[in-house]
Design a protein around this ligand. Sequence first.
Ligand code: PLP
Length: 296
Amino acid sequence: MTALVFVDSASPAGRIADPQQPQLSVLDQGVTRGDGIFETAHYRAGAVRKLDAHLSRMQASAAALEIKLPSEEALRGAVDTAVAEFLKDYDDAAQATLEAAVKIVVTRGGEDADHGVAWVMVSALSASLLEQREKGIDVILLDRGYDSTVADRAPWLLMGAKTLSYAVNMAALRHAHHQGADDVIFTSTDGLVLEGPTSSVLIASTVDGVKTLTTPILETGILPGTTQGAIFAAAEKAGWDLGYGPLEPHHLMEADAVWLVSSVRLLAPINSIDGTKISRDAELHRDLQELVDQIM
Ligand code: PLP
């Protein structure tokens, strides 16, 4: 069962609510315009992983949209309460291996409201998502329709912010499913690799015994991934070389391994791009998996 907790100024720990009951005003611009922000973090082994990075990115998103955030203390209180509420349904043995998605949402509120509504939802992971970590995924490249300099030129597009307006991203995923693929990598109109609709792109190669990880440059307007950031920090300590590309599709085809990475799905190794099989180096995957397991 999904656990739901609203951030509530009257209670530092938040207010537990029933996710099966109506809770939100139809006048909230988060609902009528997708005008709000969110974060999705990963719960595992007793902790919400890299919550600091998620809250810090949420602050950046809030600043970009000029949305008022509740205090960090209130958000953390609601997260703790929601996780505790979610865990109630599981015995100790189940809790040891349990994973969950922790979603924090903040809306703009009604037309005349001076603040929006904030809540935390904790829910179990779908079997298909877990399966992708093992089996890997087939992706297609899709044109996002913007060039790679748009973020700088048109800040009102909110390119690096995690807004509630994910209808386009979900449409891209449906388009991929209709083509028999699992996921998407967006490209810019000038031919650069960007990101997935809900993930960052990572590529790895071993050259003269040195393992190298590369991800697209942020200036292309992609979301700064907290998973990519944490993997890079761990990889640097472990002696990997790191790079920020301008990456083009041929770099993906030539790499020893390519993944879509995100907080909850973690590492989804890519098996094929636009129907062409690509290399999936098992050793690099194992090494990267170890780094991902260290992330807290
Ligand atoms: N890019 C987009 C567009 C996303 O929606 C996400 C996550 O949902 C990511 C990248 C990966 O971000 P993170 O690693 O912080 O989950």
